[in-house]
Design a protein around this ligand. Sequence first.
Ligand code: C5P
Length: 262
Amino acid sequence: MTSGNQAATESSAALTRAAEKLIVALDVASADAALLLADTLSGHVGVFKVGLELYSAQGPALVRELVRRGASVFLDLKLHDIPNTVRGAARELASLGVSIMTVHASGGRAMMHAALEGARSGAGAGKPPLVIGVTALTSLAESDIADIGWRESPESVVLRLAALAQAAGLGGVVASPHEAASIRRACGPGFAIVTPGIRPADASRDDQARASTPQAAIRAGADYLVAGRPITQSSDPVAAARAIAQEIETALTSAESGDRRA
Ligand code: C5P
């Protein structure tokens, strides 16, 4: 192989490793639109997120179809119910072949434990999904947190619930990029942090009040980055996904060279 070819192969391998960390939110109404995006973006993003809206409209059939086409699916339904009900729901969702699913950490230790049991039994001989916790919704303002009765700052609620999720055996949490660094410090390495609200440095923030760039999220310790509209509403979704993957790769490389210097 010529050195030019070798360099091109290395740079494409690096972009692939970055793309694996990119989750695209399929926030579209129809199955056709979701499947078209999944086919178009295949190989350019690691995971496809199906949220409550798309799941409510299209149900398990769409998830099965995405999995059949080889997609990794993050089913973000934020389960929160009594342990027995959550165990059963997690079993059914895991049996669809999803890779990641969410539960509310405020459902408590027994509920999270039941979700893990359900996910394991639903996966059968397959790999169980990564079950991650939602701490405090980022839409909650300080006054909402007080109304709920959590007599703490939003940051300490997030850290307490992240620690509870970890103690219950969950594999990680969803968190704003602004909370990621303190969760990483509190929960250590190996606990997955998934951050939504990602915007490329030069992009519109849409309605994300506290957006972060891919570099800032990676530097704060995020393992997976969720981006929706910057990709799905772009006139060229592949180019938009590749640009974000490139920003992730730049941050990973600079973090590694920082580690080597330290
Ligand atoms: O289009 P955008 O990049 O803002 O989409 C972000 C996705 O992440 C949406 O599916 C949204 O529901 C989800 N999300 C979020 N903030 C949270 C939790 C989830 O934006 N705190």
